[in-house]
Design a protein around this ligand. Structure first.
Ligand code: ADP
Ligand code: MG
Length: 359
C-alpha cells in the first residue's frame, strides 16, 4: 500500500473502473473511457454485467447524476450547485475519474485567481532568454484538458472575479483558446469539457454573467431530505474514512450517528422532527459533510484517548464546534435547544450533559 494520504478517485477505485471498462459494451462519446451508463453505475453503485460489485459514491437521485453525465456528453459545460457539503466536489472528482480517468486537472478558484491561472502562464526565464514561444508557455489544467480532450474541474467558480470568469466564455462557446503572443490558438480536442462547482450560500460570491451562465447546464445537489438516507451516507463515509485512517469503527457508531443526525436536522430545519417545537437555526449550514467530520473526529478521540469506546463525550466537542460557528449568536441558539428539547429526552441525556460541559 502506498503511503500517500489520499489518492485521487481513479487510483482509489481503480479496480472498479477497470472492471467497468473491461465489460463495458455500450457506445461511448469520443475520448470517453466509459459509456455514460457505466459512468452512472460507477457513481451510484451496482454490479457490472460480470458481477463485480461497484460501491456507491453518491447517494441520492439517479436522475441528477444522469443529467450531469448527459450534459458532459454535449457541448455544454456542467455546473454543480448547492450549499456547502452536498458532495459537489466529490461528485465532480468521481465524474472526471470515470469519464476521462483523470480527476486531477483542477483549478481552485479564489478571489485572487487571475487569467494566467485559467488560460496559461509564462516561464519567465525562458521568456527572457528566448522570447515568447511554445516552450516558454506554462499550460494550466484547463489548457491541458483542451489539448488532451479531457475534463477540467473548476472548484468554487463563483469565488473568482466576474472578469476572470468571463475568460471562459470563448473557451466554452468556441472551444478554443487564443494565444495572441504566439499569434496562434489551441483548439479543444473532442472529449474536452468543464465541470464547475459553486456554492449558493457563500457570502461574497461573484454572480456568473448571463453570457457565461448560458454555457452551463446547472445541476443542483440537494441536502438529503430523507433522514434514513442521510444516516446511510454518514454511516458509509465514516466506515470508509475510518478504514483509510486506520480507526476502528465500533458497533455503536450507527446509533451515535442517528443521534448526531437528529440534532443536525432539527437545528437545520428550525423545528423538532415531530414538528412540535419551533427552534432557532444556527448560522452554519450543518451539512451531511459536517456530520461526517464530527463523527470521524469522535472516532479519533475515542481511539486515541478512550480505548476505542465511542460515546457522547468523544463526539460532543466536535458537535458543539460544528453548531457554534458564531460564538455569540449560535451559542444562544444551542443553549436554547439543549434546554427546551434535549433536556426532556431521556435517550439524549448523555448528549445533553456532555454538550453542556463543552459549551
Ligand atoms: N449524497 C451524498 N452521497 C455521498 N456522499 C455524500 C453525500 N452528501 C455528502 N457526502 C459526503 O460529503 C463529503 C463532502 O462533500 P464535498 O464534495 O466536499 O462538498 P461540497 O463540495 O459540496 O462542499 C464527501 O466526503 C461526501 O462523501
Ligand atoms: Mg467543494
Amino acid at each position: 500500500m502506498s503511503n500517500v494520504l489520499r489518492q485521487p478517485a481513479e487510483l482509489t477505485y481503480q479496480m472498479e473502473l477497470d472492471a467497468l471498462k473491461a465489460e463495458d459494451t455500450g457506445p461511448k462519446p469520443t475520448n470517453w473511457s466509459l459509456s455514460p451508463q457505466a459512468v452512472v453505475t460507477y457513481l451510484l453503485g451496482g454490479q457490472t454485467p460480470g458481477g463485480t460489485e461497484i460501491s456507491s459514491k453518491y447517494i441520492g437521485n439517479r436522475r441528477l447524476i444522469e443529467t450531469a453525465v448527459a450534459t458532459l456528453a454535449t457541448d455544454r459545460a456542467l455546473l454543480l450547485l448547492g450549499v456547502p457539503g452536498t458532495a459537489k466536489s466529490w461528485v465532480s472528482e468521481h465524474l472526471a475519474a470515470a469519464i476521462c480517468g483523470n480527476s486531477t486537472q483542477v483549478i481552485q478558484c479564489t478571489a485572487g485567481t487571475d487569467e494566467n491561472q485559467i488560460r496559461y502562464g509564462w516561464n519567465y526565464a525562458q521568456l527572457l532568454a528566448k522570447g515568447p514561444s511554445k516552450e516558454a508557455l506554462v499550460p494550466t489544467p484547463l489548457y491541458r484538458a483542451m489539448e488532451s480532450g479531457t475534463l477540467c474541474r473548476l472548484e468554487e467558480l463563483t469565488r473568482m472575479g466576474s472578469d476572470v470568469q468571463d475568460t471562459l466564455i470563448t473557451v466554452l462557446s468556441e472551444k478554443m483558446l487564443p494565444i495572441p503572443e504566439l499569434n496562434s490558438a489551441i483548439y479543444a480536442e473532442q472529449g474536452f469539457n468543464v465541470i464547475a462547482t459553486a456554492n449558493n450560500r457563500d457570502k461574497g460570491v461573484n454572480e456568473l454573467s448571463s453570457a457565461l451562465k448560458r454555457r452551463f447546464n446547472v445541476v443542483v445537489l440537494p441536502l438529503p431530505d430523507d433522514m434514513n438516507e442521510e444516516i446511510s451516507i454518514v454511516v458509509r463515509r465514516v466506515e470508509e474514512m475510518g478504514s483509510s485512517l486506520a480507526l476502528p469503527v465500533p458497533a455503536n457508531a450507527k446509533a451515535e450517528i442517528e443521534k448526531v443526525i437528529t440534532i443536525f436536522r432539527e437545528l437545520r430545519g428550525g423545528e423538532t422532527l415531530d414538528g412540535k417545537v419551533t427552534l432557532k437555526t444556527p448560522t452554519g449550514n450543518l451539512s451531511t459533510a459536517e456530520a461526517i467530520a464530527v463523527m470521524v473526529g469522535g472516532l479519533s478521540q475515542a481511539n486515541w484517548f478512550n480505548n476505542g469506546k465511542l460515546g457522547p463525550e468523544d463526539i460532543s466537542s466536535n458537535l458543539v464546534g460544528a453548531i457554534v460557528k458564531d460564538p455569540v449568536q449560535d451559542k444562544v441558539v444551542l443553549e436554547e435547544y439543549l434546554e427546551t428539547v434535549l433536556k426532556k429526552r431521556r435517550d439524549f441525556a448523555p448528549y445533553y450533559k456532555s454538550m453542556n460541559d463543552v459549551l
